[in-house]
Structures are given as C-alpha cells and as structure tokens.
Design a protein around this ligand. Sequence first.
Ligand code: 6PG
Length: 247
Amino acid sequence: MEFIVSYDIKIFNTLDELSEQFSQLLKNKINAEDKKFNLVLSGGSTPRNLFKYLSVNNKDQINWSKINFFWGDERCVPPDDDQSNFKMANESLLSNINAIEENIFRIKGEDGPVKEAIRYSEIIRKTVPLKNNKPIFDLIMLGLGEDGHTASIFPNQPDLIDDDKICSVAINPTSQQKRITLTGKIINNARNIVFIVTGKKKSQVVADILENKITVKKYPANYIRPVNGNLFWFLDNEAASLLTENN
Ligand code: 6PG
C-alpha cells in the first residue's frame, strides 16, 4: 500500500549549523515529556562530527540522564574495533557527557550474530514502550549509503524492510561483513526519524529518493515512512545539491 509521507527537509550551509539544529530538535523532544527518552544512534562516519559537536556545545544543555541509548545497527566486530559504531559513538559522545552507564544498550557485535539479534530484540522489547505491539522509539537517527541503504538494510536484502523481527542479521554486500540491524517496521514505528546526510557523494541518492526518481524502488531508505511519526531530512548543501527548486 503506497501512502503519501510528509517530511521536513532542512538544508544547512555547515555541519555546525546542522548539528546545532539537530541538538535543538533533540532537546525539544526530550523536554516535551517527563519520561525516559529512547534514542537510536546511527552509525558510519557522518554522525562522528555531529556527536563531537553535541559533546562540546550541549554537554550541559541536554538532560542526557533521561536518555536510553540504542543503536540502529552494528557491525559484527568487537567494541574496540575501529569499525564499531559503538566505539565511534562512545569516543565522540558518550564518554564526554553524563550518560548513565546502565542506559547505554550496546549491540554486542563480538557475539554470534543470530544470538545477539535475538538478545538485543528482547532488550528493546523489555525497555521501549510498545505501540501496535512493536517498540516505539522516540527518535531514530539514520544515515544513508550511496546505494540507498540505511541502518544495515541493504538493497539486496529488501525483506528486512517488512521483517516482523525487531532486529535481524544483515550482510554488507560489498564487504560481506555481518551486521545486526533494526528492521524497517521498527524504524517506521518511531515517533521521529531523522536522516542525517552530508557530502556530494550522497547528492544523487538523496535527489532520487526525495524526488521519487524511477530508480528509487531499489533503495531501502525509500521505504522509511513513519506510520505515525515525523520524518526529517537534515542535509548539508552538498548532499542537497541535486534537489530541484520545488523541494
Ligand atoms: C553503518 C550505518 C550505515 C551508514 C551509512 C552512511 O553502520 O555503516 O548505519 O547505514 O549510516 O552507510 O555511512 P557514512 O556516514 O559513513 O557515509
């Protein structure tokens, strides 16, 4: 069933401007309710500088102790591996703010993928409120690959979009690296989804998706359509450079 998704596209001149606006969005959403805030961090390289910005500029402006930290995906590597999304987030954000240790829910990339996907799914089910019998995260950060993948839902594994599991095992088709990823249904159940995409390399895939080009059907990110939530695209000028004026 196709349905129209409304989304909010924000284009920034600099990463600092993008990061500041993201921090404002996060702060407003956290402060809007007196409850734990279930936040999903994205991986890859894009978030690193945003996390560093938050560490320096929002250390005291955001009530980090209200946040439960989860990951949208993780590479099946140990937490001290340079490819680990946890390592990147811990070095650039978590170790620099007063995050509460027991509120950091790391995907154990060092463990067997199938077993860890089950364990992490159970952790989420027990920790995050349910809606439509699925966990409803307050905000999910997502990156975007040049091939249109998001989290670790790659074009050659479209089943992960509608998979009924909370987390599943994925394989990066280029590196054959195993991953643990949230499935598309869980992502789409979130209250807020924020794509954070920067750089010229992403400009074509961004334009394809946001302008619904013919190629878009093969991109998993094209199927990220919140059932009831808000969808934001935070772009820098380079990533937005192929968008036509009417966007
Ligand atoms: C990962 C991410 C992945 C990432 C995109 C963009 O674990 O790699 O979750 O979805 O967000 O591949 O990666 P870059 O930010 O490095 O371009």
